[in-house]
Design a protein. Structure first.
Length: 133
């Protein structure tokens, strides 16, 4: 089991090291390997209305979701946390994704913060999601 974990960690490190250069201002990303930190603006503005199709999205990152849609997406070392309050306040400790569409992607090393009103939509889109809180 330990060897399998080490191989998995090595594979994630390999994927993270091989990121393609992107323009973080693009509205649509198709078949890109993206370090999530590359999307964040210096003033931590929300990432609004972006589409990610067949991409690898690589953390580490903490992302607050606001009306995002996920479909056919796979998660690796990802956790989901329910929030009681909306918590849309801009901070440098988390990224905010608003009205983004994420289709056919693989997401690595992310903690998603989900406001309580959006929990049913996430549970519907991501059957069997496990919540930390």
């Amino acid at each position: 089991a330990k060897a399998r974990l080490q191989r998995a960690q090595a594979k994630i490190a390999e994927i993270a090291a091989d990121t393609s250069s992107i323009n973080p201002l693009d509205d649509r990303f198709l078949k890109k390997r993206i370090r999530l930190i590359d999307l964040q603006t210096p003033d931590a503005e929300p990432i609004v209305g972006r589409s990610f199709d067949d991409c690898d999205l690589i953390g580490p990152a903490t992302i607050l979701t606001a009306d995002c849609r996920f479909s056919d997406t796979r998660f690796h070392n990802v956790e989901f946390v329910k929030l009681k309050a909306p918590a849309i306040a801009k901070t440098h400790s988390k990224m905010i994704f608003e009205r983004c569409r994420i289709d056919g992607c693989r997401i690595f090393n992310v903690v998603f913060l989900v406001p309580e009103p959006q929990v049913p939509a996430i549970e519907e889109a991501l059957k069997g999601v496990t919540w930390l809180a």
